[in-house]
Structures are given as C-alpha cells and as structure tokens.
Design a binder for this molecule. Sequence first.
Ligand code: PEP
Ligand code: MG
Length: 593
Amino acid sequence: MAEWPPPDESLSGTMPVVETVRKGTAAAPGIAIGRIYLVDRRRLKVPKRHLQEDEIESEVERFRRALDVSDRQLERVKEKIEARFDDHYNIIAAHQLILHDEHLVDETIRNIREKGINAEWALRKTVEHIRGVFDSIEDDYFRERRSDVEFVGERVLRNLLGRDVALTPPPDAIVVAYDLSPADTANFYRAAVAGLATDAGGNTSHTAIIARAHEIPAVVGLEDITALVGNGDLVIVDGTSGVVILNPSPETVALYRERARLEAAQGVALLSNVELPAVSQDDVHIGLVANIDHLDEIRGALGYGAEGIGLFRTEYLFMGADQPPDEQAHYEHACAVVEALGGRPVTFRTVDLGADKMARFLTDHQEVNPALGLRSIRLCLTREVRPLFVQQLRGLLRAGATGNVRIMFPMISGVQELSLALEVLDEVREGLRREGTPFGEEVKVGIMIEMPSAAMVADHLARRVDFFSIGTNDLIQYTLAVDRVNEHVAYLYEPLHPALLRLIDMVVRAAAAEGTAVSLCGEMAGDAAVAPVLLGLGLTELSMNAVAIPQVKQVIRNSRVSELRELAQDALKMASAPEIKEAVWRYLERART
Ligand code: PEP
Ligand code: MG
C-alpha cells in the first residue's frame, strides 16, 4: 500500500488520492463503506481570564448554571436511549453523577475563588488534575474511565462557551473522532450511523461497548486517524478485522462490498441453525454454552443458541463497586441468573480478581508482575480477602437450592491449593447446615485448568472435583510465556501451538480416566478454525462468547467426530502451529463440500 501522507503537491503536480490502510482494534464486527463525518472535539480552545474581585461570585454562578444545563441535556439523552440498551443508560446516569461530584464541582469553584480565574480555565485545571490521578492507576479498565471525566468536563465547557453539544451526523455517515462520549453515541443509532473509527480507546472503551451493543461496525485505537482524514472522504471500516482503509480504490470498494454481502449472508444463514442441535454427522452431541459477565447478557446468549452458561465471570460484580458485594447480593444475583436461564445450567466462577481485573477496593494492591502475583484463588485464600470469598460461596451455595448451579475455582495450581479452597467450601457448607440455612447439597464443584502445573497433575486433581473447565486464555499465556494483554508479543500468542494441544490432550485423558466432566472455556473454543481440533481431542462441551455459537455449531454439524479424532492425533504429532492450521483448513474444506 502507498505511503501517507502523499508526496508534497508541489513536487508531484496534482495531489493523488492515495489508498491508505490503518490497523486498530476491532471493536464491533461488520463492514461499513461510506463518507466521513469528522468530529473535531479536541480543538476546543479555553479562554483564560483573571477576574476582578467583584466578578468572582457571578462567575461561580455561571459555572453552576452550566452544570444545570449539562444535567438537563444528559437527562434528555437518557430519555432517548431505548430500554434494551441498559449499559448505555447507566453510563449516562454515571455521567450525571460525575457532574455533581464534589471533586469536579468544589475544586472548580475553589479555582475560581482562590485563583481568581474564569470558569472555563478553572474547569480545565480541575479536569487535568483528575486526569493526572487516573493516569497513575495501573489498571487499564480504570485508567480508561478517565475519559468519563473528560467527556463530562467537555460538555460543561461547551455549555460555558455557548457551543453546540449535540452531534448529528448525516445518515449512513462514518463517524471519525478522537474519542466519542456515550452521550454522543446516544444519537447514533437513530441517525443510522454506518460505522465508527476513533483515535483513542480499546476493547473496553465506551465507544467499543456501545458500538457492539448497537451493532455498528467500529475500529478504535487508531491513534492518528483524525489527523489523516477530511470531512466527506471515502472510507471503509472493517470492524471484523480492525482495519480502516482511507480513500479506497474502486477495486477495493468492490472487494469489500462483496465481503460485506458475504458476512451479512453468512450471519443470516448461521442464525438459522439456532434451533438445531449441535450434533455431528456421526451423532455426537457437543454442548455449546456461553461465557458471560453480566446477568443481562443471558437473553442474547440464549438467542444465539447457548444451552446454558459455561462460565459466569463474577469479577464484574466486584469491579464496578466501591464495596464488595455481600452474601445477600451474591445470592440474589445468582437466583436472578438461575431464573433467567429457566432450568438451564450455570457455572459460576468464584471471583478471579487481580492482574488485568482489579476492583476499586483493592487498588492499593500493586505488584511488579501481577499475572504471576497474588491474584485469583490465591487472593481469595488470604486472610484479608477470605471473608469476601466466604460470602460469595455462601450466596452461591444458597442459590444452588433454587436451580442448576455449579461452582468453579479459578487458577488452581495443584492439589494443595485445591485442598485449601475445598476446605473453605466445606466449612461454609458446614456453617450453613449448622444454621439450618437451605442450600444446594448437590451443587457440583469444579476447577479451571489454566496453568501448566494443573494440566500436568490433572490426574490427581480429577479425583477431587466434579468437573474441569480448561481456561486456555491463561493456559496459553503461562505455557508460552506470552502476556495476554501485551500487544508487542501478541504474535506469539498461538492457540494451535503443539505444546498447548498436548496439555489439553493430557487434561482430557486424565478427566476421562476418572469420569470427571471436562469442557473448555477459553476464547479459542469460539474459533471455528480451532474447534475441530478440540473436538478431536475429546472435548464434548465448549463454552464461548455466544455470538460464536452459530458458527461453531455449523462446523460440528458438518463434521464427523471420528475423523476429527484422527485429525487431532495427527496434530499432536506435528511440530508447529502452521502445519496444524494447514491440516485443519484442509479438513474444513473437505467437510464443506
Ligand atoms: C481463561 O483463562 O481461559 C478464562 C476463560 O478466564 P479469563 O479469560 O477470565 O481469565
Ligand atoms: Mg483465566
């Protein structure tokens, strides 16, 4: 592809239109082709003025009025959000809280009064100060939340300056911005925005979350896309692969139109298998269940054909909260999950905090190497955190009396650690019995296998639990020594590495020998080009992001498990991932025809 920027006009005569490809983070799948609506939010200049003594109180008043106006605007934004987009609604509600937060309001007023400066300048100083505090937080999730304060600050600033606050892109536009606030995007689905591309943001940024919820193809984290484009330029946003193509040639546009048509047709065709069973050509049923983080994802997961929840990550109950949830909160939450599932099974993983998932009440817990540190079950077994763990176990066991609940411990390294966790569980059960509190005596207990050490002693572990769930996201990280959140080593993060397949094989065989159930819940379970190997290794249940279920089901329905066993046996003998990929690809081609 040609370079950007194009050669200097004075040297090249007329400025050529150059096709340019930029890679970012794929935030919401789908392909959009259209004209750019450039949102120029960053260039808001703040006037700076020292006040006369007698102007100070009226300036404070002016600031308060701008807060009120901003509050009313956000209230109207909330009214526009459809009920099914709860997350979006809650984010706007959180922005209203920030608007009244003492750190923002009091500090700005103090700046006006003590420094004798105008409201815009005082507000900018406050927002910069708060941003500095956020910048020092190690956890990505919370660091990204500083954008909430910036969005709120910018709205108040626009109101102080009498500038327009609403974005109304023309229909079918592709919105390109440095970042977009949740209030900005509230208008978007109404105006039928075709796609989004932003400089800032990662997978957990609001733009990404909201784009996925509204099914708007989006690429985020492009770094400098706003500097490269002009209003009205033609652009392709490929939210499936995370690529943006500026000024595409007619051939590229034709290619992407065809891809978009294929993706749409595939999506519709695949969704038609939602009601069909996940049974192979040789009659083997494979359980397809979903990984979720929130209660409100259940309806969507069932819509994609999930037979239950194979991994409920409970960290999110802790991460958003100032205080950890208590027993009753766990109980009520788990009962609501059971009810929403209408008899289908759910596996709750006990809280897996630490590393990339930090809770606010644990922020003083800093480590040099958090992925190898005091995280997950290790943290739960410490004297400080153990009471929270006990409350969770009590809540989950009690909810187990109301439905099909399983409990799973994360990050178990071996038998000793498992025994410690089981001891706590036994004590909790004993306590409930003593008090006469009803709970699920039959609740099955399992562990995640996500460390090489656990895989290697899976035979011992299998005797002590009801089920295993292989967590390959971490198992890959620890086996290949590749930090799963470090983009510089992402090229080494390889699910089809033969070392990993050998470990999975070891775990499945150890489980089978003891009659222990085994499933796999890492992201690779939802990759239709990897799942055949997993089935061949003997897995009969896969837990994945629900949107991947129709595609994996399609592969299952086209395959013969007896042939996949041969494929997996061959793969186990191969030396490298490319060889294995080639063999899988050949199999899939044959199965399709
Ligand atoms: C895993 O490690 O594979 C897993 C499913 O858990 P998480 O992604 O939450 O670490
Ligand atoms: Mg994990």
